[in-house]
Write a protein that binds this ligand. Structure first.
Ligand code: 5CA
Length: 164
């Protein structure tokens, strides 16, 4: 596992994402930054991109089945829960912090689009597809990685939808 020279080892959650990327054949390097990347706005500021280029990994929960749903939304967008409910086939609600950790293995602010403890049904905001490069969380609130929208679709097997 090669790191750039002089860089510190990644914390375990970020290292896991680096390894998942390598397994998937994606050459992207996870960056552990001194600045917070906990929110989309902070992540955009930290990497110097538009907030719309940040991939928010949002976990929802089916109100009836309690099944998890992962939505990968542009940092610029709010998810329309009615649209999502229609797609999922049941009313949904925003997951709480415990549910997010139980279902993904990661804490809010660092939830990545891949590498969860189980596969999650995944929906991808079509607005992310307009960018050449986007950035996603890599397991911690200080770790991110760049990727293309095509990589995001391929690595998650997610369904691209209008989310707003
Ligand atoms: N690291 C950045 C992107 S690189 C990140 O994780 N952004 S995020 O948008 O995907 O994650 C923060 C999101 O977690 C918020 O948009 C919000 O939807 C959700 N969130 C924050 N606090 C809570 C909370 N207490 N309960 C449930 N969801 C929360």
């Amino acid at each position: 596992m090669s790191q750039p020279p002089m860089s510190k080892p990644l914390p375990p959650s970020a290292q896991k994402i680096q390894e998942v990327l390598q397994h998937l054949g994606i050459s992207s390097q996870v960056l552990e930054l001194p600045q917070s990347t906990r929110t989309a706005a902070e992540a955009a500021q930290a990497v110097g991109c538009a907030v719309g280029q940040i991939v928010k990994s949002l976990v929802f929960r089916g109100k009836q089945t309690h099944k998890p749903i992962l939505v990968l939304a542009s940092g610029a967008n709010r998810v329309n829960e009615k649209t999502l409910a229609r797609l999922v086939g049941e009313p949904i609600e925003k997951a709480d912090a415990d549910f997010v950790r139980e279902q993904t293995g990661f804490s809010i602010g660092g939830v990545p689009p891949i590498g969860h403890i189980q596969p999650l049904p995944t929906y991808i905001d079509e607005d992310l597809l307009q960018y050449e490069e986007i950035w996603a969380a890599a397991g911690t609130p200080h770790a991110v990685f760049p990727l293309t929208p095509a990589d995001l679709v391929r690595m998650t097997g997610g369904t691209v939808i209008p989310i707003t």
